[in-house]
Design a protein. Structure first.
Length: 134
């Protein structure tokens, strides 16, 4: 969740892969757009990237993110899980550079790609635990 936009990714029904869906501009209507997506994709859990400093500490952006997560939990009555988003934007930028996208195109989709990195990291961590069950 950025100051100006929110990148949105969704998992496949088996929760194996993350796909970028859209970028929502921060505005008073952002909750309406999120509600539409939650219904459309039958979302049961929200994963939000938690911005940490490289030393692991939480800063001002993390506190704003936690407040937004609380609003989402109250509004949509869904569990919200935080996932460390350190380096997600850098990873997304590398992928987009390798795809040889222009700076203007990268700027339009970087938050969506970062959302994919965040959600995929979360999904991959769950697979490690899910493999222990029969």
């Amino acid at each position: 969740m950025g100051e100006k936009t929110i990148g949105v990714a969704i998992s496949d029904p088996l929760a194996l892969t993350a796909q970028g869906i859209t970028v929502i501009k921060r505005s008073p209507k952002e909750l309406e757009e999120l509600e539409r997506l939650i219904k459309e994709y039958e979302v049961t859990e929200i994963v939000i990237g938690l911005p940490r400093h490289m030393n692991g500490n939480l800063g001002d952006r993390a506190l704003i993110t936690q407040e937004f997560a609380s609003l989402l939990e109250q509004t949509f009555q869904l569990p919200v899980t935080f996932w460390d988003e350190r380096l997600s934007t850098i990873g997304a930028e590398r992928v987009l550079l390798e795809a040889d996208l222009s700076r203007a195109k990268r700027k339009k989709i970087i938050d969506k790609m970062a959302a994919v990195f965040i959600l995929q990291g979360y999904l991959d961590s769950r697979k490690k635990f899910d493999n222990h069950y029969l």
